[in-house]
Design a protein. Structure first.
Length: 327
């Protein structure tokens, strides 16, 4: 069961004596993220925080606790559940939301597929990554969300690197890198035309806000260590049945069965990023503590998104999905 503490210290100002410590940059990042969260809460009427049970969204929830406790969050948590998630992440998601007493909204890709609103990618191991798009856009329209917090970071992938902290989306949730607002200092332009305003043809414009934009994977793990944040066991070394497919360590499940000619083996692995089981590869690793993971990442020369099979479809796979409305 995740451990939640409701008594927090203030975010440290970069000019304070505490900022002289070796991990002072984490307090600067923390203060920036809290500022962004409070700015969204003040500027928008119906924000929501995308929460999957992955490490980045867990850190965002932790930052939200610092930003808004002892009050309740001024927004719900929202998860677009593909049905192909790692069970460890889903269990953690539910336990954490319950422990905090915060509202969790879940919308299911399976429902969108059954209604004909979405389709799985074809193939023996179909991905539901793109199928999340209509499910997410339907949820935005259903609850009239005008801003969504996302856990994306600019170091993850080249399309992510193009994002502003306030990422403008049009009436249909689409992202155009040429149609983004300048962000000078810490001033963010959240002006949008909401659903129902004159001239709106779709669900209304909205903003995707990314409080962790300037963080790196190493920053996230150092912050997890500093704040003693609980995370799912999937991130730590464990024994799992896998197959080697196209050079990647792929977890076997009823979503991702063994193909003819493949050999099922049991390896000691962990996962740097946690997406669907159908598109997330693991890495062989003995890292069993947060400090082990920090040491491993510090020595790594590959991006964590290198283990996401859905990003290898093409050089612009992520950017193409984002232009359709993806996270």
């Amino acid at each position: 069961m995740p451990t939640i503490t409701y008594s927090y210290t203030r975010a440290v100002n970069a000019t304070s004596p505490v900022a002289e410590t070796p991990l002072a940059h984490l307090r600067v990042l923390e203060a920036e993220s809290i500022h962004i969260m409070r700015e969204v809460a003040a500027e928008f009427e119906r924000p929501a925080l995308l929460f999957s049970g992955g490490k980045d969204s867990i850190v965002m929830v932790h930052l939200a606790l610092k930003a808004f406790r002892p009050a309740k969050f001024p927004f719900p948590l929202l998860h677009i559940d593909t049905g192909h998630n790692f069970p460890e992440a889903i269990e953690f998601r539910d336990e954490l939301a319950k422990k905090m007493g915060e509202r969790l909204i879940v919308r299911y890709v399976e429902d969108s597929i059954k209604s004909g609103r979405a389709t799985e990618d074809p193939g023996p191991s179909p991905s539901r990554n793109r199928a999340q798009i209509p499910t997410l856009l339907d949820a935005i329209a259903e609850f009239r969300f005008d801003a969504l917090f996302g856990g994306a970071r600019r170091d993850e992938e080249k399309a992510r690197a193009k994002e502003r902290i306030f990422s403008f989306r049009d009436d249909f949730g689409q992202w155009d890198p040429r149609n983004q607002r300048p962000e000078l200092w810490n001033l963010y332009n959240g002006r949008i035309r909401r659903s129902g305003d004159a001239g709106g043809d779709g669900g209304g414009e909205h903003i995707r806000a990314f409080p962790l934009s300037n963080w790196t994977e190493l920053d996230v793990w150092q912050y997890i260590a500093l704040e003693k944040i609980e995370i799912p066991s999937i991130y730590f070394s464990h024994q799992r049945d896998i197959v080697i497919r196209n050079g990647q360590i792929c977890p076997v499940s009823h979503f991702f069965p063994v193909r003819s000619g493949e050999t099922l083996v049991r390896r000691t692995v962990r996962f740097r990023t946690v997406g669907d089981m159908t598109c997330t590869a693991g890495v062989e690793s003995p890292a069993s503590t947060v400090q082990d993971i920090i040491d491993e990442i510090a020595a790594s020369r590959t991006s964590e998104r290198g283990a996401r099979l859905d990003d290898t479809v093409s050089d612009a796979a992520m950017e193409d999905r984002k232009k359709e409305g993806y996270f």
